[in-house]
Design a protein around this ligand. Structure first.
Ligand code: HEC
Length: 148
């Protein structure tokens, strides 16, 4: 009986160390870019409240009225411009993925820089988009350049 214990102990230690290291590996495989998940989750809630009614639950929009955010060349080309659009709105015409849009989007002046950062972190890392984390400081800087 004692011998059995001595033999099984190293095996258990080995097993425990294997399972913990494979858990870490899985984390880095599922995320292609480093995304701040707290910001992403906040952004998802804000998106539901402020954006989903037009840009839809999978970011697909409703062409030719509301442009998509999912795989949007216009969004992904310039995240600073996207911060300005969220804050101040947009009066087209603009071309998104080859389709022209000209309906006015009203700005969300009540959103803070942190909330805009969270929304951008969510939309630029969902539905096939891969944009990385947008930080509060990035948004503050972007908003200083709006309309220039
Ligand atoms: C009432 C409808 C409505 C709401 C709500 C709305 N948008 Fe828009 N959005 C539009 C329209 C219409 C356009 C096209 C504007 C233009 O033609 O200049 C647009 C354009 C955009 C664009 C640039 C084009 C693109 O598809 O890449 C982004 C980015 C965007 N919206 C993000 C958001 C985000 C984020 C929110 C939530 C904070 C939001 N919008 C809320 C209607 C809306």
């Amino acid at each position: 009986m004692r011998l059995y214990h001595i033999l099984i102990l190293p095996f258990l230690i080995l097993l425990a160390s294997c399972s913990s290291s494979s858990g870490e590996d899985k984390g880095s495989f599922t995320l292609p870019t480093q995304v701040d998940m707290k910001s992403y989750n906040e952004g998802q809630k804000l998106y539901t409240n402020y954006c989903k009614q037009c840009h839809q639950d999978k970011g697909q929009g409703a062409p030719p009225t509301f442009p998509p955010l999912a795989k949007s060349d216009y969004l992904m080309a310039d995240r600073a411009r996207a911060a300005c659009i969220i804050k101040n709105g947009s009066e087209g015409p603009i071309t998104v993925n080859g389709q022209e849009y000209r309906l006015k989007m009203v700005g969300h002046n009540d959103l803070t820089a942190q909330q805009i950062a969270d929304i951008l972190t969510f939309v630029t890392n969902s539905w096939g988009n891969e944009g990385g984390t947008m930080k509060r400081e990035d948004v503050v800087k972007a908003l200083e350049g709006c309309g220039k």
